[in-house]
Design a protein around this ligand. Structure first.
Ligand code: GTP
Ligand code: MG
Length: 202
């Protein structure tokens, strides 16, 4: 497994706690329990870096992980669709994520994670629409692909493809390491593009 230098840098539960950007950022968004923190651990090869749990709502607030001494930062966004919390708390997370995505100049790209078995729902479609309209690069990540047999996975990917309207959709398994190289390539391309357009700081 690839192993890269990665360090937890900050957590933000309010806009005022968001740290100044030290370089381009790649955020991971998606429903609670979809596998955002697991993907961060798999990408970095550091199992205990981001806390993961079977219980939804594990990650609270925005968590910033500096990769390779700040070459770029992975941002674990709090998951939505998490029914156990109060309405008020959920509204707070939503506002925080929206504030971050709408105001972060350093945001080089957003990975939108979807459980391959579930497919995109309204929340994911709305997020993708917003990112497209804001000119922020985004890519779909299909998670937990190890839960399907190889044949069912291929059929499922074909079935889902029209829903992504030409945007890349990468099948992955953080458990088995499937598709992780492709995610790395997507990240590197998004960082390179953000540098070209000067969207990599602030
Ligand atoms: P929140 O922090 O609540 O938003 O969730 P999250 O999106 O960070 O999910 P997390 O990474 O904590 O994973 C949730 C559960 O799914 C854990 O029990 C993981 O072990 C499991 N999981 C994550 N990725 C995979 C995968 O690729 N395959 C399988 N089989 N399980 C996975
Ligand atoms: Mg998490």
């Amino acid at each position: 497994m690839k192993s890269v230098r990665a360090e937890f840098r900050a957590a933000a539960t309010r806009p005022g706690e968001i740290p100044a950007a030290s370089g381009p950022e790649i955020a991971l968004a998606g429903r609670s329990n979809v596998g955002k923190s697991s993907l961060i651990n798999r990408l970095t090869g550091r199992r205990g870096l981001a806390r993961t749990s079977r219980t939804p709502g594990c990650t609270r607030g925005l968590l910033f992980y500096e990769i390779e001494g700040g070459r770029f930062t992975l941002v674990d966004l709090p998951g939505y669709g998490w029914a156990q919390r109060s309405k008020q708390e959920r509204a707070g997370w939503k506002a925080l994520v929206e504030y971050y995505v709408e105001n972060r100049r350093a945001l080089a790209g957003v990975l939108v994670l979807i459980d391959v078995r579930r497919g995109p729902q309204d929340e994911e479609r709305m997020l993708a629409e917003y990112l497209a309209s804001a000119g922020i690069a985004f890519g779909w990540i299909l998670t937990k692909c190890d839960k399907l047999s190889r044949a069912r996975l291929a059929a499922r990917v074909r079935e889902l493809t029209p829903a992504f309207e030409g945007a890349p959709a990468l099948p992955t398994s953080s458990e088995k390491g499937l598709g992780i190289d492709s995610v790395w390539r997507w990240i590197e391309a998004a960082i390179a593009r953000s540098k070209e357009v000067g969207r990599d700081a602030g």
